[in-house]
Design a protein around this ligand. Sequence first.
Ligand code: NAP
Length: 333
Amino acid sequence: MINQVIELAERPDGQPSENNFRIKEIETPTTKDGEVLVQSKYISVDPYMRGRMRDEKSYMPPFEVNAPIQGGVVAEILESKSDNWREGDLVEGILSWQRIQTVRPELLRKVSPQVQPSSLALSTLGMTGLTAYFGLMDIGQPQKGETVVVSGAAGAVGGVVVQIAKIQGCRVVAIAGSDEKTTYLENELGADVALNYKTTTDMSEALKTACPEGVDVYFDNVGGEISDAVIPLINKFARIVLCGQIALYNETSIPHGPRVAPLLVKRSALMKGFIVTDYQNQIKEGVTALSGWYQQGLLKHQETVVEGFEKLPQAFLRLFTGEKLGKLVVQVN
Ligand SMILES: NC(=O)c1ccc[n+]([C@@H]2O[C@H](COP(=O)([O-])OP(=O)(O)OC[C@H]3O[C@@H](n4cnc5c(N)ncnc54)[C@H](OP(=O)(O)O)[C@@H]3O)[C@@H](O)[C@H]2O)c1
């Protein structure tokens, strides 16, 4: 069997490129007692992985140079030398960017055959859906009739946030980077207004018009100048959910923005960051809520599927150009 791995060849300086990755052929490992041999089916590319390319302490250790990139993978068990895990089972976990690998099953979760397509376990019913659910429901605490602004709204997390906020009865203002995305957000996901930040000349004015009663919840996936335009519009007791800051991930030094602390004081507002794994013990609650909405047709799933293991680096780079809709996954064939 052909086996291949993708490694980090060198750490990016600024915008990452394909040169930062190396694909190579390797031997397929032998399964030891207690292990399973798995074949990757879908591999997730996620913005947080950019942080792991830096040699910097964070909530996950940095990738090693000349070692495999790791991320969310849905895989099929080819061989099991562990009780309770059977050949043919689909599993999900943080694995290497590798076609076939051995793994200790404690690091895996089973993917129910009812999860169709199984890539949903990486997106709407998996990590990105749970990020949207816990960030919005626990920190954002959206109340019926409130205004929720979502940046990065046509992405994996943002698209789910928009829909959950609508389920909660909120007015939703969505921000994304193309007309195709804003049309999708208004026509398919039910956003009340969607703004294209790349073509809107004055975001502050556009947001004022879109949020006539101010902003109660800001779910921030992006940061930078988009947040600079949203935050001055917050209402008393507003909640700012800091989910991600992708606009800054490729910066070599963090640019200074407006100081928001005085406004947070004046508005008695909350600004809180989180990592989805903070909610590790509540995963069942999140999956139950998301699956329920999905089955009722209240939560739509949107994926951009790139075919081919060797396309992983290119797919990863598309997160920073925005050339995709919804969750970006690579199907390994
Ligand atoms: N806290 C957590 O536990 C957690 C978990 C998962 C994800 N996150 C964060 O949540 C955010 C969204 O993640 P995701 O998986 O849903 O990714 P995604 O939104 O599916 O993909 C990234 C999107 O970000 C937008 N973008 C890229 N560069 C930008 C820039 N300079 N300015 C504005 N927008 C830019 C692009 O869309 P446009 O076309 O709209 O520009 C792109 O499609 C990321 O910041 C990620 O790090 C956090």
